[in-house]
Design a protein around this ligand. Structure first.
Ligand code: NAD
Length: 349
């Protein structure tokens, strides 16, 4: 690890079923699913916050308090965490490569969210604070080959993160670590590797590769074009984590005292080439399409995978949903969204 922070001397309290859990970014993909996850686990007081109007939230779970607040503003952060026992920071202006390569300023401005939220959580006396970081925080020099060596936690430094989005994540991680080191609020940091699944962005420009490819296959079938366009030459590799694994991981990491102030990979270690992703999506859709490669499109680093040695060592667990199984569920969900939209119904985008 790059820095060693002191471990907790005493057990850190965890939220009981009637303590307040606050989830920032609750109108989005992962945080929306996280609110539903905690609700299903029996937590009775969950507050989800997002700047989007409620009508645009991907998932609204009955019984979860849903607030519309812009968390880049400090007074709103104070309001958001009033009475919080645990805080989950997942609000960010983000998207797939098409977004983060062209909206670096928007991505950098997410620093305001975590800066104000972590301070507000500290002042409110929150016991555990989770921060959603990203594999984009890793040194990009190590990701120039599609047959990449999997990234381990120490690979973030010396730093050469993804411009904009990755640097914002790295600095926010540092904030979280110092709130533990200097002020004693227990913070937990996961570096997510591409998360996908139902209730995620699938259209509009912010979607990531699995949803984008699934949608393109569905569209090609519907419009009978027989063709699919692919960003880059298709040789880029990534690992993709199914949403259920991500939720489990967030819960396990946030409640592992040994991991206080210690960034950890949360991702699948199954490396998938984009061409392979297309083949899997075609087989789920029962079609074979002619591929055309857009070499000028945003494609990000050549390769990226998650080294899961550390998470297996500390938690005895790692994300394990196979990509084929996860994509099948995601494909079926997008297919339904696509059909609903075509029929004139309003749905998630
Ligand atoms: P998402 O875009 O679906 O959700 C983020 C939510 O944050 C959105 O609903 C957005 O409206 C909200 N938000 C943005 N600015 C806000 C503000 N100022 N105040 C309040 N809400 C605001 O994204 P996601 O995929 O659910 O990602 C959640 C977190 O996980 C983010 O921090 C993201 O950077 C991180 N992450 C995601 C992935 C992934 O593959 N999805 C990978 C790495 C890291």
């Amino acid at each position: 690890m790059e820095y060693e922070f002191p471990k907790a001397k005493e057990p850190i309290p965890s939220a009981g079923k009637n303590d307040l859990i606050v989830i920032a970014g609750g109108g989005g993909f992962i945080a929306g699913n996280l609110a539903a996850y905690f609700k299903a686990k029996g937590f009775t007081r969950i507050r989800a916050i997002d700047k989007k109007p409620l009508s645009e939230w991907y998932l609204v779970t009955p019984g979860v308090e849903s607030l519309c607040l812009d968390l880049s503003e400090e007074p709103n952060c104070r309001r958001a965490v009033e009475g919080a026992f645990e805080v989950y920071s997942l609000a960010a202006d983000m998207g797939g490569m098409g977004f983060i390569e062209t909206h670096r300023i928007d991505c950098l401005r997410s620093i305001l969210i975590n800066t104000h939220l972590v301070e507000a959580a500290f002042r409110a006396g929150a016991k555990r604070y989770f921060y959603a970081s990203s594999a984009c925080a890793y040194n990009t020099d190590l990701q120039k080959d599609p047959k990449v060596r999997a990234l381990k936690e120490s690979d973030a430094y010396p730093a050469m993160a993804e411009r904009g989005y990755g640097w914002e994540k790295l600095v926010s991680e540092m904030f979280c670590q110092e709130y533990w080191a200097e002020r004693g609020m227990a913070t937990f940091i996961a570096r997510f590797h591409n998360v996908y699944g139902p209730y995620g962005t699938w259209i509009g420009g912010r979607e990531k590769a699995p949803a984008a490819i699934a949608r393109k296959v569905i569209e090609a079938k519907d419009k009978k074009t027989g063709k699919i366009d692919i960003w880059g030459d298709g040789s880029q590799t990534r690992s993709f984590m199914y949403i259920d694994d991500c939720l489990q991981g967030i819960d396990r990491i946030t409640h592992c005292d040994e991991l206080v102030a210690t960034p950890i990979n949360l991702g699948s270690s199954e490396l998938i080439e984009i061409n392979q992703l297309v083949t899997i999506a075609e087989s789920i859709g029962g079609v074979k399409l002619e591929r055309s490669y857009d070499l000028g499109a945003p494609k990000g680093v050549a390769g990226r995978n998650s080294d899961n040695s550390f998470i297996k060592q500390v938690l005895g667990w790692e994300p394990s949903t196979s990509f084929r199984d996860g994509l099948e569920k995601t494909y079926r969900w997008i297919e339904k969204q696509y059909a609903d939209r075509k029929a004139g119904k309003r749905n998630v985008d």
